[in-house]
Design a protein around this ligand. Structure first.
Ligand code: GTP
Ligand code: SPV
Ligand code: MN
Length: 611
């Protein structure tokens, strides 16, 4: 057993509550050593991980890691929100009583860090000095060094974040214990993994993974689940939103757009968008955030404000290339400290590759290993078409490496939000963009966001599912209360944002091609939205919102067929009428759904019936 007090003294941790928390968990998990970490430790920890083979070199100043093969995504069915109030139970939050879960967790992790180092990571999920800072501090403890390296990239890390708290107790206790990954019964009835947020005690208890949102606790567990709950009690919103700015050099105007898209549906790509070449002289997109935004209303200005609580990007590798996302490639260039996880790797040349990086995989397969570490050259005929990289393989890099990061991305006051957009992967029905000017209809639209499931969550690929505001996997309290909270928070703003639903993923049912080229071209839809808000265009009113007239979209330099353009600007009324039935069933599940949401639903249904 290690000397906890000595380790905390060495690091100069003065916050007594933090000291007690660390000592408490060290006594339970029994690590051999304790080490308090700050960003300044990165180079040393990287070297230790390289020496230990946990990381492999991927060219200059870049690294490669491989997860345990059954540990490649968030596990939604093992994720639980626990509180002491049964009224916090929702449809999606897997609510359980806090006392039961805490007891279970203690038995799971007892002695599990023996032989390991417990790293203590004080962090902040906010730009320092923000009005929501009191909800942003946390201390993650973890017994996994690569997790530390990821957290250093994704959050602001250092002891000052917890030593200078006005209320010494106002930090999130974020406990991560890896466990013996090959022996946790993943996917069996005896699955030992638990990812618990005890929301009313601001305590996160995760066991049984070292991957992504399961393990980097500031991100999903604190930045989303805990923040949603804190926001509910304290008047703000924590959302799985990207946040971007559009600068119009010609008019000098600047717009900010926050947007919810389910996991692996395009947030990172949108926030990193380079304008299409033909529009590049006039417009510039500024990156604020790609996965999480906290929103509140500034009473003085009456505006909805937002910031990105994160300090890095944990982006999907698949299909990232010079055409789709040159900005991302730049953000992971040599020397950035980027960590790649579960892509394909060539230890001889230290190159990495993933599906869509280039149209064909490297022709010379010598030395190449797939994401599981198996030589491509040894593949049998049956295996030869298997992907080289895992579909949820990712890159981790800090915001400062993102070339289009906004100059004021660390501004503690955040930016004002002009528009809130929702979008999912939908192969039919959803047009390119439809704008909504009424708050209740906007919230209704968010609640009925539907998408094809993706690889970011285990076991659900291929099905369509509803994902309210793109927060389904992160919901920490009841959906009806959540809807009311949205209406209350945004309703308090004197300057209302415009809402819109976007879809980059409509397909031609005949040959399956995407009707809209997507990626950089998506800016065109956002520009139309800004013009609509300014009253420069009118669009065409439909039962489900305002859709652009073809001539209102700036299509300079874009090649798109008449047929595709018409399809993505048309409302398929029959398909929509059918959808309204599905929506009714979806919304009926939610307790205490505000009547104004039902009114919005009925208004849309009636308009469709009359069409
Ligand atoms: P999370 O980090 O899981 O929350 O995902 P995200 O919403 O940030 O998704 P991301 O931007 O990483 O995109 C996920 C996948 O969708 C990637 O493989 C992208 O290449 C692809 N994608 C993103 N935008 C578009 C688009 O406009 N059109 C098409 N066809 N694919 C896109
Ligand atoms: C998501 O799945 O929405 C992510 C990646 O942003 S993870 O951090 O693994 O949750
Ligand atoms: Mn996400």
């Amino acid at each position: 057993m290690t000397d906890v007090e000595a380790a905390l003294d060495d690091a100069g941790i003065k916050n007594q509550q933090v000291r007690e928390y660390v000592a408490h968990w060290a006594a339970i998990t029994q690590p051999d050593r304790i080490e308090v970490v700050s960003t300044a430790d990165d180079a040393r920890l990287v070297q230790e991980s390289l020496d230990a083979g946990e990381l492999l070199p991927a060219g200059e100043g870049r690294y490669y890691s491989r997860s345990y093969v059954k540990d490649t995504a968030r596990s939604e069915e093992r994720t639980i929100v626990a509180t002491s109030d049964p009224n916090d139970k929702g449809v999606y939050n897997n609510w359980r009583p806090a006392s039961e879960m805490k007891e279970l967790y203690n038995t799971l992790v007892a002695g599990q860090s023996r032989g390991r180092t417990m790293y203590v990571i004080p962090y902040l999920m906010a730009p320092p000095g923000s009005p929501l800072e009191q909800f942003a501090a946390g201390v993650q403890i973890t017994d996994c060094r690569p997790v530390v390296l990821h957290v250093i990239r994704m959050a602001r890390v250092g002891k000052d974040h917890v030593d200078n708290l006005a209320d010494q107790n106002s930090f999130v206790r974020a406990v991560h214990v890896t466990g013996d990954l090959p022996n946790l019964g993943q996917g069996t009835p005896d699955d030992k993994r638990y990812f618990i947020t005890v929301a009313d005690e601001r305590t996160i208890l995760h066991f049984g993974s070292s991957y992504g949102g399961n393990a980097l606790l500031g991100k999903i567990a604190h930045g989303l689940r805990q923040a949603m709950y804190d926001g509910w009690k304290n008047g703000f919103l924590g959302e799985q939103f990207m946040l971007l700015g559009v600068v119009d050099h010609q008019t000098g105007r600047r717009y900010h757009i926050a947007g919810g898209f389910p996991s692996a549906s395009g947030k990172t790509n949108l926030a990193m968008t380079l304008p299409p070449d033909a529009l590049g002289d006039r417009y510039h997109v500024e990156f604020y955030g790609d996965d999480i935004a906290w929103l509140w209303v500034d009473e003085e200005s009456g505006r909805v404000m937002a910031f990105n609580p994160e300090n890095g990007v944990f982006g999907v590798a698949k299909d990232t290339n010079e055409l789709t996302n040159p900005t991302a490639l730049d953000a992971i260039r040599p020397g950035t400290g980027t960590i790649f996880t579960n892509v394909a790797y060539n230890p001889t040349t230290q190159e990495v590759w993933w599906e869509g990086r280039t149209s064909e995989p490297p022709a010379d397969v010598t030395g190449w290993l797939d994401w599981k570490g198996l030589p491509i050259a040894d593949r049998t005929d049956e295996e030869k078409d298997d992907p080289w990289a895992h579909p949820n393989s990712r890159f981790t890099t800090t915001l400062a490496n993102v070339p289009n990061v906004a100059v004021d991305y660390e501004n503690p006051g955040g930016v004002h939000v002009d528009a809130v957009i929702f979008g999912g992967r939908t192969r039919d029905r959803e047009p390119l963009i439809r704008a909504i000017t009424d708050l209740a209809e906007g919230v209704y639209d968010g609640l009925t966001l539907g998408a094809e499931a993706t690889f970011a969550a285990e076991g659900v690929d291929g099905q369509l599912r509803y994902d309210p505001m793109s927060n389904r996997p992160f919901m920490s309290y009841g959906e009806g209360d959540y809807a009311q909270h949205w209406l209350d928070v945004i309703g308090a703003a004197e300057h209302q944002p415009i809402f819109a639903h976007v879809n980059w993923f409509q397909r031609d049912p005949e040959d399956g091609h995407f009707r809209w080229p997507g990626y950089r071209e998506n800016l065109r839809a956002l520009l139309w939205l800004a013009q609509l808000k300014n009253g420069e265009v009118t669009g065409r009113q439909t039962p489900v919102g305002i859709v652009p007239k073809a001539e209102e979209l700036n299509l300079d330099g874009l090649e798109i067929s008449e047929e595709d353009l018409e399809a993505i600007l048309t409302i398929d009324v029959d398909r929509w009428r059918q959808e309204m039935g599905f929506r009714e069933k979806h919304l009926e599940q939610f307790d205490r759904l505000p009547e104004v949401i039902w009114d919005a639903h009925r208004r849309v249904a009636k308009a469709l019936d009359e069409e």
